[in-house]
Ligand binder design. Structure first.
Ligand SMILES: Cc1ncc(COP(=O)(O)O)c(C=O)c1O
Length: 387
């Protein structure tokens, strides 16, 4: 019973079929297939289809999407690409996962900017959005240039109401110069493919998410969404093959002209194109089911886990019961057993769970649209037996 849906997707049939189709075409004619679909006519470039499908899913525009290989890569490209000045700081939280924290740390080290972490809550179970937003606002200083935060925290299962965070920052930004605007950078991976939200309308400045988890896309795929005015703030780190301008500039021995665009930040070097291009099918698959239905089903199944755990005296639940402030991740502890031991016991009983890889680990269960209520009953039975 796959109750670790937060980890890596098992691809649905349309995605698998597309990967196979592209892989065969590459094996038959690697030069011609790549040339025709990557460097030929603009309208034939298959990466544009991925951007269009992703844009449709986020409620934005294709030119706002950069194609990456993971959440991690997207975050690193953003933080590394922003021109942070010495003296400026990146504010983040104590709830971030390693790739977000490390992207910030590495970028700050290079630019001479600093990083600072704040807790948005003490008790995740009793998470209060008002309190978390007040904590963020109180922590912003005149030299804060970025607030970096995860949409869904993978050690607690808390989902932030991002639009409210963005609105509070927009208020603070009213009194700041354009160059000092606090940018909201989001590690969105555990809300993307779960929440029924138009990511492009939440008010974030940069949103990075792998599409190999909840979006059910091919392994090694992801996107960053940002509006053109924010892409213009980013210096590309890796040469792109998805823009003519930068390569033309090289050929003509001049500098690229114009502000950075999303495509300029899509890393080049030849990619695993059969995966990158098949990601379009994953977005279509979600749209075909309907974003709301996906959300409702994930909320229903994970609520079943939470309600079951909340009724067990030997279990301490960390994830809020309210689906508005949680998503597809449920974390908890079991009296007298380490998280790792609980995960092992679940596995011995054919339930795929894990212990979170954080400084203070918890047991983690995560139901997705592949699951059924009966599977969750069985997982709960195993945990009940540990009393
Ligand atoms: C909150 C969070 N961010 C980022 C990641 C890493 O995602 P990716 O593999 O797409 O880089 C994870 C992994 O589960 C995560 O939990």
């Amino acid at each position: 019973m796959h109750l670790s849906n937060f980890y890596l997707a098992s691809n649905p049939t349309p995605v698998r079929d597309a990967i196979t189709r592209y892989r065969r075409a590459f094996d038959e004619d690697p030069h011609g297939f790549l040339d025709d679909n990557m460097f030929g006519r603009d309208e034939d470039m298959l990466w544009r289809e991925v951007c269009a499908a992703a844009a449709n899913y986020v409620g934005g525009q294709p030119n706002e999407i950069s194609l990456t290989s993971s959440t991690t890569m997207g975050l690193a490209l953003i933080y590394n690409g922003l021109s942070l000045k010495p003296g400026q700081e990146i504010l983040t939280t104590t709830h971030e996962f390693y790739p977000h924290y490390e992207s910030i740390r590495l970028a700050a080290e290079k630019s001479g900017a600093s990083m600072r972490q704040i807790p948005l809550y003490e008790s995740s179970l009793n998470f209060s959005a008002d309190e978390a937003i007040a904590r963020m606002c109180a922590a912003v200083r005149p030299n804060t240039r970025v607030f970096g935060v995860a949409w869904v925290h993978s050690n607690t299962g808390v989902r932030l109401p991002l639009a409210d965070f963005a609105a509070a920052l927009a208020d603070l930004n009213k009194n700041r110069d354009e160059d000092d605007r606090v940018l909201l950078v989001v590690d969105g991976v555990h809300g993307f493919g779960v929440a029924d939200e138009d990511v492009a309308r939440m008010g974030c400045d940069f949103f990075s998410a792998g599409t190999h988890k909840w979006i059910l896309g091919p392994r090694g795929t992801g996107i960053v969404w940002a509006e053109p005015r924010n892409w213009a703030l980013v210096r590309p780190t890796i040469p792109s093959l998805m823009t003519r301008e930068t390569a033309d500039a090289w050929r003509q021995d001049r500098l690229p002209v114009g502000p950075t665009e999303a495509a300029w930040v899509s890393p080049g070097g030849f990619f695993s194109y059969e995966h990158q291009w098949a990601a379009a099918e994953a977005f279509r698959f979600h749209q075909q089911i309907g974003r709301k239905r996906v959300h409702d089903r994930i909320a229903e199944l994970n609520s079943q886990i939470k309600v079951g755990l909340a009724g067990m005296k030997h279990v301490t639940l960390h994830t809020p019961l309210d689906p508005d402030i949680s998503a597809g991740i449920v974390t908890f502890d079991v009296d007298g057993h380490s998280p790792r031991d609980v995960a092992q016991t679940l596995r011995h009983n054919r339930v795929i769970a894990n212990a979170t890889p954080y400084g203070v680990p918890h047991v983690r269960l995560s139901a997705g649209i592949v699951n059924f209520p009966a599977e969750i009953d069985l997982a709960l039975e195993v945990i009940r037996s540990l009393a």
